[in-house]
Design a protein around this ligand. Sequence first.
Ligand code: ADP
Ligand code: MG
Length: 321
Amino acid sequence: MSETIISIKNVSKHYSADLNAGVSDINLTINKGDFVAIVGESGSGKSTLLKLIYGTLAPNSGELTFNGEHIPGPHEKLIPGHDSMKMLSQDFNLNLYARVYENIESMLSNENVQEKKQKSLEIMELLGIGPLADKRIVELSGGEQQRVALAKAIITEPEVLLLDEPFSQLDAVLKTQFRADLRRLSNDLGITIIMVSHDPVDGLTLADKMFILKDGMLIESGEPAEVYNRPSHIYTARLLGNAFFLPSDEAKLMGIRSKSSTVMIYPEWVQLRNSWTSKQYEIEEIFFRGFYEDLLLERKGIEIHAVNTRPGMYKRGQKVQ
Ligand code: ADP
Ligand code: MG
């Protein structure tokens, strides 16, 4: 039986300036050790929800608990932010002219210097920044700085690590590395990670569970594969994949029978055939994506997408079934 670490009940937070902005009537629980992704388009309330969990924002109504205890808001604490959680901020919050190890060690007390050194070494090892220990932060690349910031966030062994758009500053290679780092932290340290992202791939790749936010409301949640394959909202399908939507009689041509008036299809579900008869769709555009092609197909003004995993196989203007 998994244990609940964070529970959110009927929580609303509206910024006084705009009654619609914020989050409305959120209900969710997060289990200990889970890697959770909060996904939604820009302005959907992701950061607001994260700040409510951390306690740097107070809800207008509802209740948030950590291990069954009320999460104090900013007016209830001298130093805002929950003691058992750490938020990795986008600005990294590093001392630029201090060395890497000094930045990391600064989080620990001086009571046991030997232990402090040892712990700092272990964390640097875990994140692959051991060789950088004596460098100053200004001498590091953005990706390296982010690792130091992460080391600093986890050295105090928080039970929950909060990440707000942690990948937004990184290029593709660093992004892949950092994703792997977070996975390892989650697996090796059993730390509960709550990550906010506008890029659904981050959530799909990393999370045990995804929460989908739209206009401040939690519209659905579940395991990534479950939410991806059986979304209950068009918004979710559009957000997570390159889904397209067809009237059901058009979908019938593809062999899909549905009682609904509209059918959602992901491009990778479409199989092309080079049949001799009834070539219904014309290839309008071919977008090369490296190991696959995204094909734009058209029939009587209706456009659909298909994934072709054998690039070079089709030509523009060709007809397929
Ligand atoms: P996200 O992180 O998903 O982009 P936010 O939680 O930052 O969304 O914001 C949700 C909504 O609340 C947005 O419409 C935003 O403009 C508004 N908002 C966020 N912070 C404030 C604030 N301090 N004052 C007023 N409105 C805010
Ligand atoms: Mg945000």
